[in-house]
Structures are given as C-alpha cells and as structure tokens.
Design a protein around this ligand. Structure first.
Ligand code: SAH
Ligand code: SF4
Ligand code: F3S
Length: 466
C-alpha cells in the first residue's frame, strides 16, 4: 500500500525565504500525515528546497540528488519506496529539463505552487512525475495551512514571516525575478493575524521577509496600499507580545519616510539593517541596473544613522560583474571603508542562464574574481572584527534561541543579529536576557548573564553601556 508514507526530510538551500517556505511545506505535509525527520535515511519523502542564485548553489542540488538516487534504489530493492520532490528556485528555473536530467526525481514544485503539494504527492505516488512550475493564479498564502502551535514552538522563539514576494527590479545578474515572479504583497491584516498566531505560540522575535521587503505595499485596513513602515507600526501596536522586529532584504531604491520613522520611534525594531549595495562604483551600479548611485546609497546610510545612531549595517557585494575594472573595484573597497559594515556577504559574480549580464562579452576571469574577493573579504573581516570588539564590556539584550548540543551553552542573538554564546541554564531559552559581553570573534560574541538579570520584558533594544 502506498499510503504508508510517514516521514519527510526537508533540506533547505539558499535564502531565508526558502527557510520560511520549508516550514510552510512541513505544515502542509503535516496535514497529509507526515512528520518531519532530520535523517534522510528514515524518510519516506525527501524534499529539496533549492536555490538558483549562483552556479555552485544549483550544482549542490544535483550532487545531493545523485546520492539520494542510490538511497532510493536501495530502498526500492527492499520494498520500502522513497519519493524525491524538488521545490524552490532550481525547480522553477529548470522545470521539465530537470526531470530529464535527474530521473530519480518524482515531482517538481515551484515556489508559487506549494499549496498544491497534496495533489502533487498523490500523483507522484501513482507513478506520474508531475511538474508544477506555472506561476499559480490562486493565492498560495491563503491556501497554505496555518502552523500548529506545537510546530511553531518547535521552531524556536525567533520566526520568519513572509510579507512580500517576487521582484520587478531585474538587476542584470539576478535570477530572482524569473524564479519568484512579479512582486506581490500580502494584505496587512493577514500578516497581523499570522504574527498574532506566532506570538501566542511563544515567538518573541519576527523577521519580516521579502525579496524586496521594503517595496511592500499590501492592502491596509482602509484598502489602500500600506508601506513597510506602516506595517511595522501596525505590528508594534497590535502584537505587543513580539519584543523584536526585523526585516530583510531591503533595496536602496525603496527606502521611505515611514521606514525611517519606524526606526526612530519603535524600540522593537532592531538597530540593524541589511541593505545590499552590490558595488561601490557608479559605472557598475548602472551596468547592474540597480537604479541608484553610490552617493544615493551613502545618503541613505547617513539618514538612517541620524534617526537611529546605534544602527549597524550589513550588505551584499558582488565582485567581478562583467566589465568591472580595477578602478571600479577600488570604488567598492572605498565604499566599504566609508560605511564600516558590521557584517557583509560577498560573492564572486556567477553567470546565470537567462540573465542579461551572462550574455556580456566582457566577463572577468576566475583568477581576477578570486583575487578581488580575497582582498575585499580581508577588509570586511577587519570591519566585522572591529565591530564585535567594540561590543566587549557592554551589556546587551540577547534572545536565547537554542542550546548547543556539544557544549550545552545557550546561543542567542544580540540586537545586531550577531550570535552570542551564553553560559546560562536551559530554562532561560526563549527569554531575552541581559548578557555581559566578555569575548568577541569577527562574527561572534560570548558572555554571561549579567548579575540581577531577569527577562527583559520591555523591548529594550539599545545597547546598555555598563
Ligand atoms: N533580494 C535581495 C537579494 C537577492 S540574492 C536583494 O535585492 O538584495 C542575495 C545576494 O546574492 C544578492 O544581494 C547578490 O549580492 C547575490 N547574487 C545575486 N545574483 C548573483 C550572481 N549571479 N552572482 C553572484 N552573486 C549574486
Ligand atoms: Fe535580484 Fe535585484 Fe531583485 Fe534583489 S533587487 S532580488 S538582486 S533582481
Ligand atoms: Fe536562492 Fe531563490 Fe532565495 S534563487 S536566494 S532560494 S529566492
């Protein structure tokens, strides 16, 4: 009987939106009688939630499928079938071609079609190999089931909540507009309701997600589009149990007055902003179709610092975009010095099929890309070290999220997102405690619970100097 499927192993690649989607898929599959497992060997269904952003990310999926094919064959030989489903951006980008290349796959589902999982699973069990990557006309968010309080609690006190999806920006290098489709925003009331559900199941921190989160323009209570700033004010007012709010990823062209006001007025809004710049060169920003200049970007940073002086910034930077000269790269290095990022992701440009930049004839060699990346990372690490070192001796509010299985220490996050290792009893998990920061590494802090610390109920987010 095929109805003996019980356990699903979900592997998530790529961005936080994929992590959110994996949780939604687990919730959908729970309704089909599946529980999640951390062990692929025990699974009846393996779901790979894939990422197409760079070549390496997509290649990883194929090597994982190769390994799973062997497991699937072994399992078939003992009459214990394993189904393999591929979700996410590689599924969307490659569609039927992926099915031809990897015959072990039983079904494909694109990011806008996760609410169809039950039907796809039924078809896959019947031996069909369905491919569901047409952008769905029905609304996935309304159709996906709400997570049960038990599932929310199991995922810890910090949760993701997708508010916006898709992108209309078409940066020269990026696959996201093709894999996630056009920009759409969820209505404000739905987001508030989801945040309330999370809060009543014990969540203390919510990160609002969107590929272009600050382009959010969901229908507000009056039916008119509300900005991300408005949404943050509404969440702070209507879901007061949420002590911390964050949002990611923002685009420099979509910063708006209400967002600055939110950073000025809402103590719940953490003093940390991920604002990718990609390059410090105006020539490259233009070639990348980013829609802003270096000067525009620096002015945004300055304005944000005025409204929230303790704010820390992070970014994404690409080196070796087609046409990038040594002078362009120097402009990136000097921008890094000017901003002083607390953290920054940096990538070698990776040509992606179907994107305009991949067709340029002035591609940069791998050797130059590697050399520039190393030089950039050396500076980024230096800034990250300086930032974390500046926090040593402070008392910071830390939301304790999980326990390190090996050391038993608790791991939490400072307002600046940087993880903090804390010597503390496990009954403090899920609480925000004052932590005395004792040691710093470039992207990491450690400390101990400050004397007389109790749960910080007021969402105090400013660093409290000792
Ligand atoms: N929506 C976000 C991020 C999308 S992808 C934004 O607009 O900023 C995350 C990061 O991956 C990007 O910011 C970019 O730095 C990097 N990236 C995207 N496409 C890439 C490519 N083709 N090669 C290398 N890095 C890329
Ligand atoms: Fe990609 Fe640019 Fe859209 Fe970000 S803004 S998702 S980098 S196309
Ligand atoms: Fe990757 Fe898709 Fe996210 S390409 S970065 S999983 S939107």
């Amino acid at each position: 009987m095929t109805d003996t499927l019980r356990k699903v192993f979900i592997k998530t690649y790529g961005c936080q939106m994929n992590a959110y989607d994996s949780a939604r898929m687990a919730d959908t599959l729970a309704g089909e009688g599946f529980e999640t497992t951390e062990n692929a060997d025990l699974a009846d269904l393996v779901l790979l939630n894939t990422c197409h952003i760079r070549e390496k990310a997509a290649d990883k999926v194929y090597s994982d499928i190769g390994r799973l094919r062997r497991l699937k064959n072994e399992r078939a030989s003992v009459g214990n079938p394993l189904l393999i489903g591929v979700a996410g951006c590689v599924a969307q980008a490659e569609g039927a071609e992926m099915m031809r290349r990897a015959p072990a796959i039983d079904f494909l589902v694109g990011p806008q079609n996760y609410h169809h999982l039950p039907q796809l699973l039924a078809q896959a069990k019947a031996g069909k190999r369905p491919v569901d990557v047409d952008f769905a006309v029905d609304d996935k968010f309304s159709a996906l089931p709400s997570p049960l309080p038990k599932a929310i609690a199991a995922r810890g006190p910090a949760a993701f909540l997708t508010v916006q999806e898709g992108c209309d920006k078409f940066c020269s290098f990026c696959v996201v507009p093709y894999t996630r489709g056009a920009e759409m925003s969820r209505p404000l009331a739905r987001i508030i309701a989801e945040a309330q559900r999370l809060a009543s199941a014990g969540v203390r921190e919510i990160t609002l997600l969107g590929q272009n989160v600050n382009a959010y323009h969901g229908a507000g209570a009056d039916g008119r589009p509300a900005s991300l700033g408005r949404l943050l004010f509404a969440l702070a007012r209507q879901v007061p149990q949420i002590a911390r709010l964050r949002y990611t990823t923002s685009h420099p062209c979509d910063m708006h007055d209400e967002l600055y006001a939110a950073h000025r007025d809402l103590p719940q809004l953490m003093p940390y902003l991920h604002l990718p710049v990609q390059s410090g060169s105006d020539r490259m920003l233009h070639a990348m179709n980013r829609g802003h200049t270096r000067g525009d970007y620096l002015r945004l940073i300055e304005r944000m610092r005025q409204v929230r002086p303790d704010i820390a910034f992070s970014s994404d930077i690409i080196v070796g975009h087609p046409g990038e000269s040594e002078a362009d790269f120097d402009d990136t290095l000097s921008l890094v010095e000017e901003v002083g990022y607390a953290a920054c992701y940096s990538f070698k440009y990776s040509g992606r099929p179907g994107t305009p930049a991949a067709a340029h004839d002035d591609q940069i060699t791998e050797a130059i890309k590697s050399e520039r990346l190393a030089r950039l990372q050396e500076r980024l690490d230096a800034h990250a070290s300086a930032f974390t070192a500046s926090l040593v001796g402070m008392i910071l509010p830390v939301l304790l999220e999980r326990q390190d299985q090996r050391t038993n220490r608790l791991i939490g996050r400072s307002p600046f997102l940087i993880p903090v290792n804390v010597d503390a009893p496990s009954d403090l998990l899920g609480h925000i405690v004052a932590v005395h920061i004792r040691k710093a590494a470039p992207y990491h802090l450690s400390g101990d619970v400050a004397a007389n610390a109790t749960d910080i109920l007021s969402p105090a987010s400013h660093a409290m100097a000792q």
